[in-house]
Design a protein around this ligand. Structure first.
Ligand SMILES: Nc1nc2c(ncn2[C@@H]2O[C@H](COP(=O)(O)OP(=O)(O)OP(=O)(O)O)[C@@H](O)[C@H]2O)c(=O)[nH]1
Length: 344
């Protein structure tokens, strides 16, 4: 029996993984897909944003959300049982797409495909890394060699990579394909510089495609046939040799509230707390007083977007839930205090 190809979509917080998956669903060309969506914080934003994209290609009960931590840490408890259930189906999916959380390490997940219960039934067709060209251009992951040399001269014990840089390197080193996303936000010269930086971190021969809102040719994404689980040694990782890894470099919490009266005041306050507390990501659903639809908040670094998506369902609680993610030491109390005035 042939193995079910599985594509792992990785990429930092807000790089565009969910957007790419929505594009995939809307252009599935009749392929029956299943989605495993792993995200931080139990607000289930990504799952909500893909449901209803194309029920033909991927009915709701083929969208499984894993929300109790990074998939790389919950492989045994969550991921493997989920895969087995999908593979045990009378009519298993033709292709499985896994969206990892923005903080997940891809290599431990690919390694899980060597497990006896999985290895004969599924294969990692490819690891696709999404890169936010805007964030890279803004220096969020860059080694500033001069600054690093000066800092290291001052402190020889300096850990050469920040958690963001390490994650950036991990996700690229494990990639079979890189999607340079958000090209609409940078000019040609900046994009060329970002591409150069990304190329330096990827294995020889890995394709890098430019994209805007994740619009990549499906045939290029699905059908890489990398069998990544059999080719782990070429995918270098900071964790090689380590038994465990952790995510204690990052903090997150969910801000819950009631209805919001003034969207502009909320958006402006979000911008303030992001800048004041170096928040990496805020996303979630907001109930706006007097409005029949949910307001989706999507903040990636300093960029805050919002749009109304579907109507609140009859009987559905009209509530606000925002996942806030930052580096270790995130000041939850100060952020909550800063938003309390606008989030009811
Ligand atoms: N301008 C621009 N915005 C984009 C592009 N791709 C995604 N976005 C926006 O970036 C924000 C984050 O996109 P997502 O697809 O949710 O990113 P993600 O990687 O799934 O985020 P996490 O799951 O939180 O890690 C959303 O507001 C998207 O609309 C792009 O190519 N250009």
């Amino acid at each position: 029996m042939s193995k079910v190809p599985t594509t792992v979509i990785t990429g930092f917080l807000g790089a565009g993984k969910t957007t790419l998956i929505r594009h995939l669903l809307q252009n599935a060309k009749g392929k029956r897909l299943a989605l495993i969506i792993n995200e931080f914080g139990d607000v289930g934003v990504d799952g909500e944003l893909v449901k209803g994209c194309n029920d033909e290609a991927c009915p709701e009960d083929d969208i499984v959300e894993l929300a109790n931590g990074c998939i790389c840490c919950t492989v045994a408890d969550d991921f493997l049982p989920t895969m087995q259930k999908l593979l045990d189906r009378e009519n298993p999916p033709e292709h499985i797409i896994i969206e990892t959380s923005g903080l997940a390490l891809p290599k431990p997940l690919v390694k899980a495909f060597q497990w006896p219960d999985i290895r004969t039934r599924a294969t990692v067709d490819g690891v696709v890394a999404l890169i936010d060209a805007d964030a890279v251009a803004a220096g969020r992951f860059a080694h500033d060699e001069a600054a690093l040399a000066a800092a290291r001269a001052a402190d020889p014990n300096l850990d050469h990579d920040s958690p963001l840089e390490e994650l950036f390197e991990e996700q690229l080193a494990c990639a079979d394909m890189v999607v340079l996303n958000k090209t609409d936000l940078v000019d040609a010269a900046t994009l060329a510089a970002v591409r150069q930086q990304v190329e330096a971190e990827t294995r020889p021969g890995v394709g890098i495609v430019n994209a805007n809102h994740g619009a990549v040719d499906i045939a290029a994404l699905l059908g890489i046939t990398a069998a990544a689980e059999d080719d782990l040694d070429s995918r270098k990782s900071h964790m090689d040799g380590a038994e465990e890894h952790d995510h204690d470099d990052f903090d997150s919490f969910v801000l819950n509230g009631g209805e919001v009266a003034d969207v502009d005041a909320l958006v402006s306050k979000l911008g303030e707390v992001i800048a004041a507390h170096d928040v990496l990501r805020i996303k979630g659903m907001v109930a706006v007083a007097g409005k029949p639809s949910r307001l989706v908040i999507q903040a990636v670094g300093p960029r805050v977007q919002h749009f109304f998506d579907r109507a609140w369902k009859p009987g559905e609680a009209r509530k606000t839930g925002l996942v806030v993610i930052g580096q270790k030491g995130l000041d939850q109390a100060a952020i909550e205090a800063g938003l309390r005035g606008v989030v009811g």
